[in-house]
Design a protein around this ligand. Structure first.
Ligand code: PBG
Length: 343
């Protein structure tokens, strides 16, 4: 090259920059690629005919009635996103301490699943299995009689029934997000006994007790009580300090019959994604949670970060860490950017 100035010259046979010289070369040596089909879009559903309700702490995210939900799903398919995770926000009057609305045969989530599957049978539909949208206290399970803990086995008994209802409504994956011990094996057994052996389980296997879930709890209206002492979610969700324990949980869920595993949150837990990726051959999902989404939006609003570029970089990093699929509120935006040539 004739552009070198000056006479100083290193004797340097290895020059990594040669592979970064042109866009064509950079594309050839690219190690990680994002595709719209990598994304799972989390969507919030409400009852009735209400107009879309914006979620204050999650710009661009709205709670949708079932008809609007179906439209949104159709739009996602057009952008190349082929999977959704549905979350209900139910009428607070239907909540009680036992979350009995979770077993209502006509529950909002079941009607939503049936409507989406009827309109768009090819769309992959995933639902959360946990009681937090249904309990007044906001915990993912039933409390012990003294209210001091979440009762493991009694909760699993309910989750098993909930899973069969969701499977019969037509979901492709049930996704237990409760972190009770032994739930994957119990759910697998019940699904098989109910003739739902084709319904897969995506286990929220390594789910941390994270402060990054705050905006989600606004979105589904799950009680803040579950965020505070004396009983918060730390008796069932993992400690953010623990890496080995996250692998123990993933392998346990695999051995109990999970078809896919998950690490959640994603961005602050890239080391865990890599660790689990290296420990199992199962497909691995990572959940870029509400707080990860909110923080990029907040910084962008202040003019401090470029939203599109930081969103794409955050997703690429999650994929590079080892995730096969990513639950992300950026799904539609990211898919559109990728379709338009991307960044
Ligand atoms: C509930 C559930 C939570 C999320 C997904 N499923 C919240 C919680 O555990 O309190 C969080 C998702 C997000 O923050 O985007 N079991």
């Amino acid at each position: 090259m004739s552009t070198m100035s000056g006479s100083f010259k290193l004797d340097l046979p290895v020059r990594p920059r040669r592979l970064r010289r042109t866009a064509g070369i950079r594309a050839l040596v690219e190690e990680t690629t994002l595709r719209p089909a990598d994304f799972i879009a989390p969507l919030f559903v409400i009852d009735g005919k209400a107009a879309p309700e914006p979620v204050g702490s999650m710009p661009g995210v709205e709670r949708l009635n079932i008809a609007d939900l179906v439209k949104e799903c159709r739009g996602l398919l057009k952008t190349g996103v082929r999977a959704v995770a549905l979350f209900p926000k139910i009428d607070p009057r239907l909540k009680n301490d036992h979350g009995t609305a979770a077993l209502d045969e006509d529950a909002l989530i079941l009607r939503a699943v049936r409507a989406v599957k009827k309109a768009l049978p090819e769309l992959v539909v995933i639902t959360d299995i946990a009681l937090d949208p249904y309990t007044t206290h906001g915990h993912d399970g039933l409390l012990t009689s003294d209210g001091a803990d979440v009762a493991n086995d009694a909760t699993v008994e309910v989750l098993v029934k909930m899973s069969v209802l969701h499977a019969r409504a037509g979901v492709d994956f049930v996704a237990p997000s409760d972190m009770m011990d032994g739930r994957i094996a119990a759910i697998r057994r019940a699904l098989d006994a109910a003739g739902c052996e084709q319904t897969a389980i995506m286990a929220y296997s390594s789910k941390f007790a994270s402060a990054f879930y705050g905006p989600f709890r606004d979105a589904v209206g799950s009680s803040k009580a579950a965020d505070s002492a004396p009983l918060d979610k730390r008796t069932y969700q993992l400690s953010p300090a623990n890496r080995r324990e996250a692998v123990v949980e993933a392998l346990l869920d695999e051995s109990e019959g999970a078809d896919a595993l998950m690490v959640k949150p994603a961005g602050p837990y890239l080391d865990i994604i890599r660790e689990v990726r290296d420990a199992t051959r199962k497909p691995l999902a990572a959940y870029q949670v509400s707080g990860e989404y909110a923080q990029l939006h907040a910084a962008a609003k202040l003019g401090w970060l470029d939203l599109e570029r930081t969103a794409m970089e955050s997703l690429l990093a999650i994929k590079r860490a080892g995730a096969d699929m990513i639950l992300t509120y950026f799904a539609k935006t990211a898919a559109r950017l990728l379709q338009g040539g991307g960044k």
